[in-house]
Design a protein. Sequence first.
Length: 96
Amino acid sequence: MTQSELFKTTQLGPYTLKNRIVLPPLTRSRSSQPGNIANDLMATYYRQRSGAGFMVTEGTQIEPRGQGYAWTPGIHSPEQIQGWRKVTDAVHAEGG
Ligand SMILES: Cc1cc2nc3c(=O)[nH]c(=O)nc-3n(C[C@H](O)[C@H](O)[C@H](O)COP(=O)(O)O)c2cc1C
């Protein structure tokens, strides 16, 4: 199984991906309220999936009017940015 094409490295622009598995964007609506802030639960969710060669997060609104669903995590307030930092740090710590 590990000899499968799926587990071979590949190049995506400037990035060398460790395998060809991609996490697609999946709306989870798990942000902390009030404030739609990315949180520890989300950091765990993405850390658990960091074996993928390429990860796309759920949609994140860049301003309040951009929110399409309840509890989606934004990335326009300082608290939200700090919350996303927890997520990216968790993924990077696992080599994602
Ligand atoms: C911002 C965003 C959020 C998404 N959220 C979900 C979701 O919650 N559940 C889901 O099944 N697909 C969601 N999708 C679609 C998936 O990412 C994926 O494209 C879809 O499941 C089709 O996969 P396929 O091309 O392998 O069939 C979302 C797509 C985007 C762009």
